[in-house]
Design a protein around this ligand. Structure first.
Ligand code: OGA
Ligand code: NI
Length: 364
């Protein structure tokens, strides 16, 4: 078993991480074992001096997608709000997005059942093989980041190439499929709104195959005995075009705005949308992929489901700044890359607080 020695000379991080990984029981396994001191490889490592701002002027915009059948004026207003939010904070809430609260609640319960099923059954899904359509582990970046996060994650790819139904966990099979289908519908609609917000034809991003991939990360954050020492999710920006996030009402998600951390509090029935690196790249920095993090907490278990829009199956398609958005005064800032190349760089780099996007910047 692991020990959490505070003696640097005795500390063999690599073997502690490996021993933990081999338990296949995740962070939940540590909590179930009743630990009171967290293993040292969970200690946060990024020096982050940005203050947390409470009651700030800035709040995450809430965009109501309801009443969109027909009236073009309303659609224009919605598109304007999407543009404003994407150019500035990079985060917004959507309400009246068409996914019933009952489906969201069932998804949360299903994810809970997955993590709370018998450990022996759960271990069968434990893997770090990203080519698999479904797997669970603790920290996709366990071996590349300096510090591990206090969460376990069930990852599944619904597009392209979804898993066979019989390969999905029995305890949540139907709801995993149902939820992802509904989020895909919302995602395709958001691609339209975002295309229009860029002054492009509504199908522009869809036609660039931006909507062909959907990867869902179901995050399970157990309560932490020493939350001040670690993170639920280390500061990062997402590597995709955008993410649609459902979070329960526990809280802890924060977004960096003007070098200050702002709480992204749960809004009943709402989903969080955040712009990812690939959208920042193809919009030549017009839309912003913004850093965010999740605090670890003593408070109860937290569950979130992040739906990432990008195709993780390798294709040769190249993405660079969209030609229609470029001009003499706005020359291309990035070189073209495949999604695979971008994600490989993102993954091998690990979470060290610096921006993976910078690696793709053209020197000017
Ligand atoms: C993520 C993420 C936030 C959350 O999985 O990329 O930022 O609230 N999750 O779990
Ligand atoms: Ni994220």
């Amino acid at each position: 078993m692991m020990k959490s020695s505070s003696d640097a000379a005795e500390y063999d991080r690599a073997s502690e991480v490996k021993a933990f990984d081999e338990t296949k029981a995740g962070v939940k396994g540590l909590v179930d074992a009743g630990i009171t001191h967290i293993p040292r490889f969970f200690y946060k490592s990024i020096c982050d001096d940005s203050p947390v701002l409470r009651d700030s002027q800035f709040s995450i915009p809430v965009i109501d997608l309801g009443g969109l059948d027909g009236d073009s004026l309303e659609r224009r207003e919605i598109v304007d709000r999407v543009r404003e939010a994407s150019e500035n904070g990079g985060f917004f809430h959507i309400v009246n997005h068409s996914i019933p609260e009952s489906v969201m609640e069932k998804m949360k319960d299903g994810v809970g059942r997955f993590f709370e099923q018998e450990t022996e059954v759960k271990k069968g899904f434990y893997s770090r093989d990203f080519t698999k359509p479904l797997f669970y582990n603790t920290n996709n970046s366990l071996y590349t980041s300096k510090s591990a996060d206090w969460r376990d994650t069930l990852t599944y790819r619904m597009a392209p190439d979804p898993p066979n139904l019989e390969d999905l966990p029995l305890v949540c099979r139907d709801i995993l499929v149902e939820y992802s289908k509904q989020v895909m519908k919302v995602g395709i609609f958001l691609f339209e709104l975002i295309s229009e917000a860029l002054g492009l034809n509504p199908n522009h991003l869809y036609d660039m195959d931006c909507a062909e991939g959907q990867l869902l990360l179901c995050n399970y954050y157990p309560p932490c005995p020493q939350p001040e020492l670690t993170m639920g999710a280390t500061k990062h920006a997402d590597a995709d075009f955008f993410t649609v996030l459902f979070q329960d009402d526990i809280g802890g998600l924060q977004v960096l705005n003007d070098n200050k951390w702002i709480d992204v509090s749960a809004q009943p029935g709402a989903l969080v949308v955040n712009i990812g690196d690939l959208l920042q790249l193809i919009t030549n920095d017009r839309f912003k992929s913004v850093d965010h993090r999740v605090l670890a907490s003593h408070a109860g278990l937290r569950i979130s489901i992040a739906s990432f829009f990008c195709n993780v199956i390798p294709t040769s398609k190249l993405y660079g700044p969209i030609k229609e958005l470029l001009s003499k005064n706005n020359p291309s800032k990035y070189r073209e890359t495949t999604v695979k190349n971008y994600i490989s760089h993102f993954r091998t780099k690990g979470l060290d607080g610096t921006k993976p996007l910078d690696h793709f910047k053209l020197t000017q």
